[in-house]
Unconditional design. Structure first.
Length: 298
């Protein structure tokens, strides 16, 4: 039975984590891949360190894997490949993935799965839908398996050559699904298909909106948005007026019944189950005059 501590996957936040990041960075990109010059300190602080988000794997207090992600321009590829955007799909929110490194003893699938699952979650939270990398040729098959598309010429020289690549969020979610399904990180939860009446699936852009700080309903910006929404709804349903109310479908039924009470005409309610019975109850509470046509459930 292994006595090795379980792997932990997280964003780097502690001083000892950042110190080990600099040392793993040196070990990988100076000693293993000669991309930078040697240093007696055996530390390599990335030039974008202050802007990087590091997604890491720890075994106890030892760093065993890392990846850096950053959304600020210019990217490192901007400096290596002129007119970078001409190679990329338009209209995307881009991040750059860099410094993927795993200690040799931990280069099985487990560490990489967990870090990539964190990357997927981070991309969702930040709204990124396109990622670019400078991929080492020795991992070309892995990148292709994950959905990365090569573009442009190879950059770098000698043993430190890299192929620019990109992957869209939707492609990554599809191609990496099987790879990440057994991830030790709980970050990757592929969406299930729900055939029940509820809860309703919420689109990603709506979830992102809920993550933002709410605007005051007394603020000028909110009032403008509110008025614009009412105008659009009036145009949509060809109505002179519209009101917005916060509530469930039950509130909607109450509003409809209240509006029908102004008609002072007799109506008909159809019912073949729970929802029809609920509408009958709404109609009775508003003292509407109506007949019912009822059938057994189903």
């Amino acid at each position: 039975m292994s006595s090795r501590p379980p792997l932990v996957f997280k964003s780097a936040t502690e001083d000892f984590e950042f110190e080990q990041i600099h040392r793993l960075n040196y070990h990988t990109f100076v000693e293993e891949i000669p991309q930078h010059h040697a240093s007696p300190t055996q530390r390599l602080v990335d030039k974008f360190h202050s802007e990087n988000t590091y997604l890491i794997s720890l075994c106890g207090n030892k760093l065993v894997g890392m990846l850096a992600v950053r959304g600020n321009r210019p990217f490192s590829l901007d400096q290596k490949l002129p007119n970078l955007d001409s190679y990329l799909p338009p209209g995307r929110k881009i991040c750059e993935i860099r410094l993927l490194a795993v200690e040799k003893k931990f280069r099985g699938a487990q560490v990489l799965q967990g870090i990539l699952a964190l990357l997927w979650q981070h991309g969702i939270e930040k709204g990124y839908d396109l990622a670019i990398i400078s991929g080492t040729p020795r991992q070309f098959r892995l990148y292709q398996h994950l959905g990365f598309v090569p573009f442009g010429p190879v950059v770098g020289s000698g043993e430190a050559q890299f192929q620019p690549m990109y992957v869209t969020l939707e492609t990554f979610e599809t191609t990496a699904r099987e790879f990440l399904r057994s991830s030790p990180s709980r970050a990757f939860h592929p969406s299930a298909v729900n055939f029940l009446p509820g809860p309703v699936a919420v689109r990603r852009e709506v979830r992102r909106a809920f993550e933002q700080a709410p605007e005051s309903h007394r603020g000028e910006a909110f009032q403008k948005d509110f008025a614009a929404a009412k105008t659009l709804l009036c145009e949509l349903v060809k109505a002179p007026k519209v009101e917005l109310m916060l509530g469930s479908g039950t509130l909607a039924n109450d509003v409809i019944a209240a509006q029908l009470s102004l008609e002072r005409k007799r109506g008909l309610v159809l019912s073949n189950g729970e929802f029809g019975e609920r509408i009958i109850d709404h109609a009775r509470r508003l003292s509407l005059e109506f007949d019912t046509l009822e059938f057994p459930k189903g």
